[in-house]
Design a protein around this ligand. Structure first.
Ligand code: NAD
Length: 354
């Protein structure tokens, strides 16, 4: 590549085992004196423990974050934020909790500190997806990007193995699409390859020993890199298909990415051969086939059928996926996409990428 524009997002990253203890000093650095601590109901006890450690720096806990950032939840959280006299938020969790923090900051421009506990990558993007009356819309703005992210692998030791695998494959999907993005650049490409390498090595070790501290650290490091790629360059066919399947058929986020990635990588393998070569090399030379076997060996869900999609939905999914397509290195053709979806639905290996 001889021509590129590279704009990296200005976030402060604090990484390391035990770094959860840096929340107070990092809030101080942001000038926050009363932070509302956010979580899902599932991570409420962790959020309350963090608030207790923060003492007067915590304005309270709001533990109602939900998948796809429903606007009604955001409105309730805004009321809780005002009632508590908060001047910033701490989001403790994965993409759902981080989405709520972003939604609050989008509305009042408050400082956000994220303690990220999955591999989804939302913490390093200026992108917010929110749902209102069943419709999901996406916005991008400077106020949405969290100012500070703390990655503490200790907080991921208990991330269930199944979720670790699908969340890790979700992270890899950002990197795969990042290397062939229309606005790709050499820094994003380097981060993508290093991120996928780290996750390729870490995920099998986590499946063998879920509390393997070194593997957890490596996976979170890889997730940070892959998420940074997502925040830096545009995504293509894979993300469009996953958004369609999630938005119109209510399929689960990380699992859908996990099933689709080998198929979309194979679809683009020929058209983006040079860009994808360093990633293909990490999986034995054929990226689609290599990723499919990798996911299978990890025990990941392998078919859209298992995620609850009906076979009769495939035609509509293909029609929706080719409407307003994202830029993609290979033309997005309806019949080829229908064939790809059919293979993903059945759970068979992808077409050999040429
Ligand atoms: P999630 O945040 O929905 O988490 C799933 C469940 O796991 C929740 O109950 C959560 O509390 C729990 N959990 C999280 N970390 C845990 C841990 N370490 N131990 C035990 N339980 C834990 O899942 P996700 O995949 O991180 O996020 C998915 C959402 O994020 C989707 O809505 C997706 O659209 C969004 N997302 C947005 C972006 C973006 O850039 N805007 C990027 C990626 C994902």
């Amino acid at each position: 590549m001889t021509t590129f524009t590279c704009a990296l997002n200005p976030a402060r990253i604090v990484f390391g085992a035990g770094k959860r203890s840096a929340v107070a000093s990092e809030l101080d650095r942001l000038g926050v004196t009363r932070a509302l601590v956010l979580s899902t109901p599932f991570q409420k006890a962790d959020a309350e423990a963090l608030a207790a450690e923060l003492g007067a720096l915590a304005a309270g806990v709001f533990a109602h974050a939900a998948m796809h950032t429903p606007v009604e939840v955001t409105q309730t959280a805004m009321a809780a934020y005002a009632a508590a006299g908060a001047d910033g938020v701490v989001a403790l969790g994965g993409g759902s909790t981080i989405g709520l923090g972003k939604a609050i900051a989008y509305r009042n421009d408050c400082p956000q500190l994220v303690v990220a506990t999955t591999y989804a990558g939302s913490e390093v993007t200026p992108i917010l997806g929110q749902t209102e009356n069943g419709v999901k819309t996406t916005v991008r703005a400077g106020s949405i990007l969290p100012e500070t992210v703390i990655y503490d692998p200790d907080l991921t030791l208990g991330l269930p193995v199944g979720m670790s695998v699908t969340s890790g494959l979700n992270a890899m999907a950002h990197a795969v699409e990042g290397v062939y993005a229309q606005d790709r650049n050499p820094i994003a490409a380097m981060m993508a390859v290093e991120g996928v390498r780290a996750l390729r090595d870490a995920l099998p070790a986590i499946v063998r020993t879920p509390a393997d501290a070194a593997a957890r650290g490596a996976a979170l490091y890889g997730a940070w890199l892959c998420g940074t790629v997502l925040g830096s360059v545009g995504m293509a066919l894979h993300h469009k298909l996953c958004h369609t399947l999630g938005g119109s058929f209510d399929l689960p986020h990380a699992e859908t990415h996990s099933v689709m990635l080998p198929h979309t990588a194979a679809y683009n393998a020929g058209a983006a051969k040079t860009a994808l070569q360093p990633l293909a090399d990490l999986f034995g030379g054929d990226l689609g086939a290599g990723l499919w076997q990798f996911a299978k060996d990890l025990g990941a869900p392998m078919s859209l059928r298992d995620l609850g999609l009906e076979e009769t939905d495939l035609d509509r999914a293909a029609d929706l996926a080719v409407q307003n397509p994202y830029w993609n290195p290979r033309p997005v053709e309806r019949d080829a996409i229908r064939a790809l979806l059919g293979r993903a639905w059945e759970g068979v290996p992808p077409e050999s990428g040429t």
